[in-house]
Design a protein around this ligand. Structure first.
Ligand SMILES: Nc1ncnc2c1ncn2[C@@H]1O[C@H](COP(=O)(O)OP(=O)(O)OP(=O)(O)O)[C@@H](O)[C@H]1O
Ligand SMILES: [Zn+2]
Length: 780
């Protein structure tokens, strides 16, 4: 099975000994300060502990200090479609007061992080074979190359007028082929305009003809050589670029084909009979779409009702549940249930079509680095032409023909398809790499901003933290009430709330068979807690320190205990009746699997991670400490999150926010780059980056991959341009004859292509692990 995300060496299950991927183990636990990985938390773990399976549950708190449950199971049978197995993590009931878990010793998954370059290849679909372009264009290039080379080689035959004439004719044939190719081959959106690229070949031909007729024969011969070399270099350069592009071209074709599945409109209520399948481009936003099990989702949509299981994007291997109101992107595959939903984006507006397939929006053509690369070849090369001429003129001692040759050679060095296209190749690779992980950039601008981010703010709950806290401590300071009475009051106040803390408290009451108090007038204060009136008519406050202080309730007596709990990373919820503190609840949220890996990905990309949370400073510091995050922004009320993000931006940072739409709306809205988990396909338009997955590692990778691709694009461009520049300068100052400038440029271009190929090879070596591209519709 092809794995998602970083892959670590398999480890044996401590229960049954079967090899499994530690990053995706169904259950991870620490026993005797050693990590143990299990296929699942029931059978295999119980076997390891020597317990009958049923008992494993009750002894958890006593024997396992802390454990994490992978949110998605990825056992092979799941991928094969046996989705009867549970998919949603099972959360242990809160431990009883008698057996409190020990301080957090979070699962350090940093060692499981692989460098991005390495992570890339595990996502590579197995060879998608789009036939090599053996079309007329390629043939014309071959002829151009041969003609150009002959024109140069014939120089060995001397300076006779006939020979020079023949060489010029050969070079003209080559140039003709290049013009023919430009006229017949469809242009890629990332290709430069052909005129500036072909100009040097044609100019050099005129020069050669002029020199042969009017100037000294030796000059004619030199000009003919220059023309031959420029024609050859142009043809070879175009061919090299095709090669560098091949992998991404093939993969893009595959994605395009996979997304071109027909869709069907759901019938109006009551209508029966055969439902026609429509071309995907006929479907429109707002229409009701029906997708049967086993089919690929044709458009981005929001699930209308019920629940379905889908492989959430093209290339995903682990099915997830999607419920009413949740988005599903085109390319996802329904594995169970009938998907009925409302189309949000169709055609080229679909999340994975936008910057990848739409010719007018493709990031590899429009991203600033790709544009710069093209502008260099299309326009700035003219500056080289002028400078070349000027410096040759100033240096003196050269005829006008020689000066013109210098100028044309300088232009030819910079105005090449390779220089124009190399940055775009890297951008395309980055976008495709992101696609394989279910990451969609909204636009080329969003991609570029993601690539420049230097601060990434985690909206802690739901990204780094599971967002499913458990009651870990329950205390009744002062002895006025019993701990369970405190829980009864707290549960009563939280009954109507949806906040994860509220859910945890209510659940804790249920598991302990505590009946919630009949609290009245519950009023939720966002980011602080709940105020209410107890069944006996007293004022009740359940919430943070700040809530109690705002209600003038002293917490001085319990201050030390609160600090202790917070230092353990607990969220402390205080309960006050009348004006007296009567209870302390400590809630423990687990780290999401991959939290550390996500942080590490950011650190590797030199992006500073920041944790923003409503929790107390000590709590955040404990979490930050366990994740190696130094920068924390604690105690930020939900209403203040946007302002807090703006403050970072005002301090000169380029800020990304990682969170969930809805819950983290404010912060996401204020960010330079909003990275929204599980949001791909949903309609709000201003999310810069939306993920089809809910994996925090992918959120971090959305930034890291863009960073990486932009860096590679710049390196690639530098590799291509520097030799050309040096060649042009050397020629302009008469250090070398003009013909060396296009040669140096070709050398640089070849090295830039080798750079791309080397990066491709890193990926390919990973595909030999036996991963296959198994979920997309079969490749051509
Ligand atoms: N329903 C509630 N009951 C009790 N306390 C609450 C409740 N809602 C919020 N609080 C208190 O307010 C604090 C901040 O909550 P808020 O919702 O702002 O963020 P959070 O739950 O910590 O999520 P995040 O980590 O993403 O900021 C909580 O730590 C808790 O002390
Ligand atoms: Zn096992």
């Amino acid at each position: 099975m092809r794995a998602l995300g970083p892959v670590a060496d398999p480890v044996p299950c401590s229960g049954c000994g079967k090899l499994l991927d530690p990053l995706r183990a169904g259950h991870v636990a620490i026993f005797d300060s050693k990590f143990h990985f299990f296929c699942d938390r029931h059978a295999c773990r119980a076997r390891f502990l020597g317990e009958p399976p049923g008992e494993a549950e009750n002894t958890r708190a006593a024997r396992v200090p802390l454990s994490f449950f992978a949110p998605r199971r990825s056992e092979p049978e799941l991928a094969r479609g046996n989705i009867d197995a549970p998919i949603v993590p099972f959360h242990a009931p809160a431990s009883s007061d008698a057996a409190l878990p020990e301080p957090p010793a979070p699962f350090d998954d940093r060692t499981l992080v692989e460098p991005i370059a390495h992570a890339i290849h595990t996502e590579e679909p197995s060879r998608i074979d789009v036939p090599e372009a053996r079309d007329i264009g390629a043939l014309l290039l071959v002829i151009a190359t041969i003609a150009g080379t002959l024109a140069v080689a014939l120089g060995l035959a001397g300076d006779a007028a006939l020979v020079i004439g023949a060489r010029i004719v050969l070079a003209s044939v080559g140039a003709g082929m290049l013009v023919g190719r430009a006229a017949t081959t469809p242009r890629e959106p990332s290709d430069p305009h052909p005129a500036p690229i072909l100009a040097p070949s044609i100019l050099s031909l005129f020069l050669a003809a002029f020199a042969a007729l009017r100037a000294h024969p030796s000059l004619g011969a030199e000009a003919a050589s220059l023309a031959g070399i420029i024609v050859t270099a142009t043809a070879v350069g175009a061919w090299l670029l095709e090669g560098a592009r091949h992998a991404s071209l093939a993969e893009r074709a595959f994605v395009a084909q996979s997304l071109a599945v027909p869709g069907r409109r759901a019938p109006d209520d009551g209508a029966t009979g055969e439902i026609a399948k429509n071309k995907v481009f006929d479907l429109c936003p707002g229409e009701q779409i029906l997708v049967e099990p086993g089919e690929v989702v044709p458009v981005d949509l929001v699930v209308g009702s019920g629940e379905v299981f889908v492989l959430p994007w093209l290339g995903a291997t682990t099915p997830v549940r999607r419920r009413a109101g949740e988005p599903v992107v085109a390319g996802a595959k329904v594995v169970r249930g009938r998907l009925r939903g409302t189309c949000t984006f169709a055609g080229n507006d679909r999340a994975f079509a936008r910057v990848l397939l739409d010719p007018r929006r493709r990031a590899d053509a429009l991203a600033p680095i790709a544009r710069a690369s093209r502008a260099l070849a299309e326009r700035w090369a003219l500056a080289a032409l002028v400078t070349g001429a000027l410096s040759a003129f100033i240096a003196g001692g050269r005829t006008y023909v020689e000066i013109a040759m210098t100028a044309v050679a300088s232009h030819a060095a910079l105005a090449t398809t390779l220089i124009a296209g190399v940055a775009g190749v890297h951008v395309a690779r980055g976008i495709l790499h992101a696609q394989r992980r279910g990451i969609a950039y909204k636009s080329e601008g969003a991609w570029d901003r993601a690539a420049r981010v230097n601060v990434a703010v985690f909206c802690a709950r739901g990204t780094l933290l599971l967002g499913e806290p458990e009651l870990a401590e329950l205390e009744a300071p002062g002895g006025k009430l019993e701990p369970l009475d405190v829980l009864s009051l707290a549960a009563g106040a939280e009954r109507g709330e949806e906040h994860p803390i509220a859910t945890a408290i209510v659940r804790a009451a249920v598991t302990r068979s505590v009946r919630p108090d009949g609290v009245r007038n519950a009023h939720h204060v966002p980011g602080l807690g709940v105020t209410a009136v107890t069944s006996s008519g007293e004022d009740l406050c359940v919430g943070s320190r700040a809530l109690l202080l705002a209600n003038r309730i002293s917490i001085a007596a319990a201050e030390q205990r609160i600090a202790e709990l917070e230092a353990l990373g607990r969220t402390v919820v205080l309960v006050a009746v009348g004006a007296r503190l009567v209870g302390i609840l400590g809630l423990q949220d687990g780290l999401r699997p991959g939290a550390r890996a996500a942080v590490q990905h950011l650190l590797d990309a030199q992006i500073e991670p920041v944790i923003m949370s409503g929790d107390a400073r000590e709590t955040c510091e404990a979490i930050g400490h366990s994740l190696d995050v130094d920068h924390i922004r604690p105690e930020v009320l939900p209403t203040e999150r946007a302002a807090e993000v703006r403050r970072l931006i005002d301090a000169g940072m380029s800020v990304a926010v990682l969170g969930h739409p809805g819950v983290d709306e404010g912060a996401l809205g204020a960010a330079d780059v909003a990275v929204a988990l599980g949001a791909a396909g949903s309609s709000p338009g201003d999310l810069s980056v939306s993920l089809a997955s809910d994996d925090v590692r992918d959120a971090a990778l959305a930034l890291a991959i863009a960073h990486r691709a932009r860096l590679e694009a710049r390196v690639g461009l530098a590799i291509a341009v520097l030799p050309a520049l040096v060649g042009a300068i050397a020629v302009a100052f008469g250090v070398l004859p003009p013909a060396y400038a296009p040669l140096a440029s070709l050398l640089g271009g070849a090295m830039a292509v080798l750079h791309v190929r080397a990066l491709d090879r890193v990926r390919e070596s990973g595909t030999t692990r036996g991963h296959t591209w198994e979920n997309g519709p079969s490749a051509p």
